[in-house]
Design a protein around this ligand. Structure first.
Ligand code: FES
Length: 260
């Protein structure tokens, strides 16, 4: 199969339904898949889509926050540059071209009976659908969400609709535990959980991967720039050599990662 054919197979025009600011720099986007997209187009929490932004050479990879079988896709994104600033001005009704689905995603079954989910900043997004998938599988997740400050806190109520065990930390102490996710009791007590899944800024992922080297699934989506194997900036050291996060991940087993 040629690259062109493969790309065509992944390419869909979604319709923007909602595009709203949730916090200082965080926005929520809701999109409807085209009628010919399969109900299981996005199969796993932790997979991502790659959005085309007019005038930009590289697409924007964004992890899926939620996907429903009627083709409704929810994304959270931070406005951090020109591309995401342009996205924040998009109006409902607009067509949004994206490659979907990309990436491997989390393995829900491998998280066991009592999973711990740990998210930081915009990295909380893929954990939302993951928490829902865990509940749908008859298990109860414990969720720890970390933010820099109170004004950055988003989606906590939505997580609380999924599970009653949701803990928040803010670095400046404005909300929840003062400090990082690693200061929350549930994370200090991670050994009592069957496994953990995490997504967040790279320093947080390195701290977790070093502190909890076993039974973890870590999404390193924050390290991706192009999301499609062309910018060569997403290498990570693993026990089987250097891997591209957008090609082999973005989710990796904690046991396979080598932190430097
Ligand atoms: Fe660009 Fe992987 S994100 S090569």
């Amino acid at each position: 199969m040629t690259n062109k054919m493969m790309r065509k197979q992944l390419e869909y025009d979604f319709t923007l339904v909602r595009n709203e600011r949730l916090a200082e720099k965080t926005w929520l986007m809701e999109l409807q898949a085209p009628a010919d997209a399969p109900a299981d187009l996005i199969a796993r929490p932790g997979q991502y889509v790659n959005i085309e932004v007019e005038g930009k050479f590289l697409r924007r990879p964004i992890s899926v926050c939620d996907w429903t079988s009627d083709g409704r896709l929810t994304l959270l994104y931070d406005v951090v540059g020109e591309g995401t600033a342009a996205m924040s001005a998009w109006q409902p009704g607009r067509s949004v071209n994206m490659l979907a689905p990309l990436g491997n995603g989390f393995d829900v079954n491998a998280l066991g009976e009592r999973p711990l989910l740990i998210g930081g900043g915009i990295g909380i997004a893929p954990l939302y659908w993951l928490a829902k998938a865990i509940v749908a599988a008859g298990r109860k997740p414990t969720v720890v969400l970390g933010f820099n400050k109170g004004a950055d806190v988003v989606f906590v109520d939505q997580f609380r609709e999924v599970t009653d065990e949701v803990y928040v930390a803010t670095a400046n102490g404005e909300c929840g535990v003062k400090g990082f996710v690693t200061d929350v009791d549930a994370v200090k007590d991670a050994a009592s959980f069957s496994a953990y899944a995490a997504c967040g800024p790279y320093p947080m992922m390195r701290a977790l991967g070093t502190m909890l080297p076993e039974r973890g699934q870590l999404s390193l989506d924050e390290r991706m720039a192009c999301g499609f194997g062309i910018c060569m900036c997403c290498c990570i050291a693993t026990r089987s050599g250097l891997k591209g996060i957008c090609k082999a991940g973005p989710v990796f087993r904690s046991e396979d990662l080598i932190w430097k």
